[in-house]
Design a protein around this ligand. Structure first.
Ligand code: RTP
Ligand code: MG
Length: 139
């Protein structure tokens, strides 16, 4: 089934100029970038985006990290895009990420792990509309 998912290239990756290398992995593995913008997240916006993690011990650090530099927010489209993207990203902790995944190749730590991807259908719908209007997505 053709799906859309929300992806974020995180500040550790934009800082090291890895946007193109990460985008190549998506495109080589069948996902199409149908919307994309480079932005600086405010504390408020990052906090709202990660609201589900508010009670977690890593929440404050995560919000600081995500506002520490530019991010690239993007919509990826393709067959089973949500699960496909999670496979391309690899495990949250790069120490556990499979060979060839973005996090294995590029992540610096469990926090500075280079990419975000929606983890399910509801999250994808919410997260895509958190950053993009329908008119900004060109499939
Ligand atoms: P994401 O939401 O970014 O795609 O990653 P995920 O589903 O693999 O991980 P999740 O559990 O949703 O955690 C969100 C992000 O929080 C940071 N994190 N830090 N210090 C820690 O123990 C810790 N655990 C998670 C990571 O940046 C993770 O991607
Ligand atoms: Mg998550």
């Amino acid at each position: 089934m053709a799906e859309r998912t929300l992806s974020i290239i995180k500040p550790d990756a934009t800082r090291r100029n890895l946007t193109g290398k990460i985008n190549a992995k998506f495109e080589e593995q069948g996902l199409r970038i149908v919307a994309q913008k480079r932005i600086k997240l405010s504390n408020e916006k990052a906090g709202e985006f990660y609201a589900e993690h508010k009670a977690r011990p890593f929440y404050n650090d995560l919000v600081s990290f995500m506002t520490s530099g530019p991010v690239v927010v993007q919509v990826l489209e393709g067959e089973n895009a949500i699960a496909r993207n999670r496979e391309i990203m690899g495990a949250t902790n790069p120490a556990n990420a499979a060979e060839g995944t973005i996090r294995k190749e590029f992540a610096e730590s469990i926090e500075a792990n280079s990419v975000h991807g929606s983890d399910g259908t509801e999250a994808a719908a919410r997260e895509v509309s958190f950053f993009f209007t329908d008119a900004e997505i060109v499939g």
